[in-house]
Design a protein around this ligand. Sequence first.
Ligand SMILES: [Zn+2]
Length: 338
Amino acid sequence: MIDTHIDIPWEEKTADGLPDWRKRDQADIAMREAERRFTIPKAEAGGLGAACLAAYTPQASLDNAGHDAAWRRARAMLEAMQEMVPLHVPGRAVLCRTAQEVRQTAEAGKVALVPVMENGYPLADDPSRIGHLARRYGVRYMTLTHNGHNLLADSAVVRQGREEAHGGLSALGREVIGEMNRHGVLVDVSHASRRTMMQAVEVSTVPVFASHSCVRALCDHPRNLDDGQLDALKASGGLIQITAMAPFLRRGGGGTLADFVEHVLYVTRRIGVEHVGISSDFDGGGGIEGWQDASETHHLPVALERAGLDGAEIRAICGGNMLRLMESAEKEIFESQT
Ligand SMILES: [Zn+2]
């Protein structure tokens, strides 16, 4: 089983109110009784084989100071991920760069950790940073935005100012997607505006995906994908990873695992079982009744089976689809180098 979106704990601000780019100790990743919802013992208890860990940067000002702080913070977070395995969970987890490594790690009974980025803000106006993130840290996906527009694209959630800053992707955003395709970094449209998402589907040569989003027809939230977006995902070969965020599952909040399964089934019926997967958004606000932390991940296949899905469908939803998508991105790197 692969959970495609988990945050690592990090302070956003120092005591002085400045953006916090200092490294944070990740020792609690090794604890069963930790406050964080994802730890290695919890993943082991829940039968979770792999997790995408996000280096998340909150959207702040679009000036040099803001961009520099975000770039420092994103790298500090990725470095903390690299350190956490040998320091705290040696022999139990492995930082993985490819679908093949994820498979081998899970088959060996260890937890595969895949570094990813949430928000393209730290790139500032420099698309070459994608290559650095991919080579140095093995980053495998990046959301184009978080809440609030950045230099790359418009966000689904406007924090201040205009409804749209670019009308979807900026010219820079299009260039960045090209770099992402070249370096095997998947284009993640979670948090992006509808127009950004639909343009990204057109621009990207690798199928795009939404690492943590739900279905708008079932819960009208700007972070969710509507039927037109789901159809565009299907046409491009992409993937939506339904997420355990209560306000995205049920209007007014209070979404449970039963609602989660309804969202999965809706996508399955509309665009096919090969275009849907699972994500928790643990330690970033996620966690619902029935799937409160990684130790309860084994509830998911049980719930999907009760809903009438067969073993092959459940394997596709719980990880097979994501591995296939990672492989399609890897194939693109190979092709661009030959
Ligand atoms: Zn998010």
